[in-house]
Design a protein around this ligand. Structure first.
Ligand code: DQA
Length: 146
């Protein structure tokens, strides 16, 4: 089983970006922790980050060929991107949406997710542990459906 992990815009700056909100771990730290968990679960991961909406759409479309599901932190595109939402609907792969911060406890514009209605579910507010919880969630969701 292979899972695609997508980090959206500005998440390449994790570790230095607003550490009071997003913590001090870097994206490499997050990917390493995800890879460790993937070994434990016996699955394969492919991790990518992009600041560009179209590149994320391309990655979602390409995942259809060889991935069983997608773990995504769409970052700011959560609140704006109908293109990413449509790509998820188009490929019909199970998707879990994650956020480091609790988007529902912040500015009002962060409460709206265009992705949540086409995701299996959303995990928000557990720091970078949201990604690990999200990987467990997509893994068990796919296992139950197999
Ligand atoms: C975020 C929350 C978004 O609102 C924000 O635009 C981000 C990061 C999070 O992980 O908490 O870039 O997705």
């Amino acid at each position: 089983m292979k899972i695609l992990v997508i980090h959206g815009p500005n998440l390449n700056l994790l570790g230095t970006r607003e550490p009071d909100v997003y913590g001090s771990q870097t994206i490499s730290d997050v990917n390493a922790a995800l890879q460790n968990l993937a070994v434990e679960l016996g699955i394969e991961l492919s991790c990518m980050q992009s600041n560009h909406e179209g590149a994320i759409v391309d990655a979602i479309q390409a995942a259809k060929a060889d991935c069983a599901g997608i773990l995504i932190n769409p970052a700011a595109y959560t609140h704006t991107s109908i293109a990413i939402r449509d790509a998820i609907s188009a490929v019909a792969l199970p998707v879990v949406e994650v956020h480091i911060s609790n988007v529902h406890a912040r500015e009002e514009f962060r409460c709206k997710s265009h992705i949540a209605p086409v995701a299996v579910g959303q995990i928000s507010g557990f720091g970078v542990n949201s990604y690990l919880l999200g990987l467990r969630a997509i893994f068990s969701h796919i296992k139950l459906r197999l």
